[in-house]
Design a binder for this molecule. Structure first.
Ligand code: NAP
Length: 244
């Protein structure tokens, strides 16, 4: 078994990969040899796909709102037609609408659950038939320290990520005999658009003294994908925050 996964024969889909953590994961998968479908909602990922292709990789950008079943079905069909059946899925798309207990609306709650949690069910359901036929698959869900801690976004976000980790363990237990692993990677406080504007406030809470980089999350995702014996787990990376 090689320590660094060789994904040369594999097709990966990363949701919400136009920027931030998802973009770093898409680049890392392409560097490991995978053909990569880069999903986005409104900020096109075409430039990122072109960058991967200019380095000799295979990549396409696919627009779809992953909280909508019809969008997900069309996305999976297009990726299969252009790159081949997906056998690596990274559920990364997410939103963080900051709200306190008193100003959290029903619409904010529903939207957060739809984008951060329901999308994981929709995308997983859509890719599983091809993974099961091949008896090989890797699913990595990008959770958050907020699945277990209070975090700074709100209770709706806590619930969406805790639910995602429930899906992770539930699918892992049911798919382990079919060669498919399902794990979560749970970062805290990574420098992206989602945390911009909160930098000074959050750095003070991180024992390491800095925020994490998207590439550090991507490295953990690659580690999980390369390990067939690990399933149903959550890998946390947070600069030592949970030692406090
Ligand atoms: P980000 O910079 O805000 O990027 C979010 C990405 O998700 C964008 O590519 C966005 O697409 C996409 N997206 C949002 N809604 C979507 C939808 N309905 N359908 C498809 N794509 C959608 O966020 P990030 O910081 O990289 O976060 C990525 C993931 O890591 C999220 O799940 C987040 O909860 C999690 N996370 C982040 C941190 C952190 O500190 N940054 C910590 C823990 C967990 P567009 O560009 O088209 O809008």
């Amino acid at each position: 078994m090689s320590i660094n996964p060789d994904l040369g024969t594999h097709v990966a889909l990363v949701t919400g990969a136009s920027r931030g953590i998802g973009a770093a994961i898409a680049l890392a998968l392409a560097e490991a040899g995978a053909s990569v479908a880069i999903n986005y909602r409104q900020n096109s990922a075409e430039a990122l796909a072109a960058r991967i292709r200019s380095r000799g990789g295979r990549a396409i950008a696919v627009g779809a709102d992953v909280s909508q079943a019809t969008h997900v079905a069309a996305m999976i069909e297009r990726v299969a037609a252009e790159l081949g059946p997906i056998d690596v899925l990274v559920n990364n798309a997410g939103i963080g609408i900051a709200r306190g207990i008193d100003d959290l609306s029903e619409a904010d709650f529903d939207q957060t659950i739809a984008v951060n949690l329901k999308s994981v069910f929709l995308c997983t359901r859509a890719v599983l038939p091809a993974m099961r036929r091949r008896r090989w698959g890797r699913i990595v869900n990008i959770s958050s320290g907020a699945a277990r801690g209070a975090g700074g976004i709100g209770v709706h976000y806590n619930a969406s990520k805790a639910g995602m980790e429930g899906l992770t363990r539930g699918y892992a237990a049911r798919l382990v005999t079919e060669g498919i692993t399902v794990n979560a990677v749970a970062p805290s406080l990574i420098e992206t658009d989602m945390t911009s504007g909160r930098r000074d406030e959050v750095v003070a809470r991180i024992p390491l003294g800095r925020m994490g980089y998207p590439q550090e999350v991507a490295q953990a995702v690659l580690m999980v994908i390369g390990n067939p014996y690990m399933t149903g787990q959550t890998v946390q990376l947070n600069g030592g925050t949970n030692f406090l």
